[in-house]
Design a protein around this ligand. Structure first.
Ligand code: SF4
Ligand code: SF4
Length: 342
């Protein structure tokens, strides 16, 4: 067996070599979602995390079916929902007709995904809600638009798309909304392998002890409903495009949290990148990692080239092999538990 062949997701969580790909899918078209999920599934991730949208899930499944047929592996499919306001579920919006002609357009210059165009405002398919454009507009014209699925609709969506796992994004003070979300999810009667919980620290401006208390209350709630957790520690969400130092934020959160977090696997996210592994210390209690922006960015050139050839990446063997090599370069150190023990 290939030494990097992924083990089952549950074994990976126990062994500390779990890897999740956060596809999210607010800034890709459906073909790209299918190809991205296929590449990272074939590279060996244990789980693909998707936006709560049945079209997105269908596109991802197409890629995962192809990988199962051709590579004999299939990761879990996870759906992320939120129990309230969350930057992962927002887009920027403004009316371009309100902009003065003489504006130097700092919004356009600051947008990392080129989602802002001169005549059309924000392109929803390219905006991933990072929020950088909002404070730079001198006229305060840019606002947030929530794209949140309502809690009461979770059950219907979950029963329709039947994921293997669900992640609930939560925040301090939202334990009641969390419990309502969980009840709505469980109304689906889908047998879920794990409920992941994502709760940031920097983003919510709280201390590590407050975060620990918040997680313990979620732990008690999950136990009451017989659900097994994954604790996602969000270092610096949506920041992996800002530089390699952001990878340290998640590791520093892990150091603060590993002895005061509730029982269950701890997984890093938020600004994680290829350098994160170099900062992991021994006895960190780490179950694994999630890659989002950096994973998408590495494969983006291949997606663009495939599109120019009018092909899906999975149907362009040369591009597929090159892209797979790049994806494995990010994933393999984690699959082989090749941590630097400091
Ligand atoms: S800067 Fe961020 S929030 Fe603003 S349009 Fe671009 S991606 Fe969206
Ligand atoms: S910075 Fe504000 S005023 Fe200027 S183009 Fe952007 S949205 Fe319009």
């Amino acid at each position: 067996m290939n030494k990097h062949f992924p083990c089952s997701p549950e074994v990976a969580l126990r062994q500390g070599n779990w890897v999740k790909f956060i596809c999210g899918a607010s800034n890709e078209d459906l073909t790209s979602i299918s190809d991205l999920c296929a590449i990272y599934a074939a590279a060996g991730v244990n789980c693909i995390d998707l936006a709560p949208d049945s079209a997105v899930v269908a596109a991802a499944r197409e890629g995962l079916d192809w990988v199962e047929t051709n590579h004999g592996i299939r990761p879990w499919l996870m759906i992320s929902v939120t129990d309230g306001k969350d930057i992962h579920f927002r887009k920027a919006i403004f009316d371009p007709k309100s902009c003065p002609k003489e504006c130097k357009r700092p919004c356009e210059k600051t947008c990392p995904t080129y989602a802002i165009t001169r005549n059309n405002g924000v392109r929803e398919d390219l905006c991933y809600g990072c929020g950088r454009c909002i404070p730079v507009c001198p006229l305060d014209l840019i606002h947030e638009k929530n794209t949140v699925l309502k809690i009461e609709d979770f059950g219907d969506l979950i029963s329709k798309v039947k994921p293997d796992a669900v992640e609930i994004h939560t925040a301090p003070g939202r334990i009641n909304a969390f419990e309502n979300s969980l009840k709505s999810i469980l109304n689906s009667k889908v047998d879920l392998k794990r409920i992941a919980v994502s709760c940031g620290l920097e983003i919510n401006g709280i201390s590590q002890y407050q975060l620990s208390q918040e997680l313990w209350s979620r732990h008690e709630c999950l136990r009451r409903y017989n659900q097994k957790p994954i604790w996602q520690l969000d270092g610096r969400p949506m920041s992996s495009d800002l530089g390699i130092s952001t990878g340290k934020a998640a590791v520093s959160l892990l150091k603060k949290m590993h002895s005061i977090a509730p029982p269950g696997p701890l997984q890093l996210a938020g600004g994680t990148n290829a350098q994160t592994i170099n900062h992991i210390v021994s006895n960190s209690g780490l179950a694994g990692i999630a890659f989002g922006g950096i994973a998408r960015k590495l494969i983006q050139p291949f997606l663009i080239e495939a599109k120019a050839r009018n092909k899906k990446l999975i149907h362009w063997p040369e591009g597929w092999h090159r892209a797979l090599k790049v994806a494995k370069g990010l994933i393999n150190p984690w699959l082989s538990n090749n941590y630097h023990i400091n």
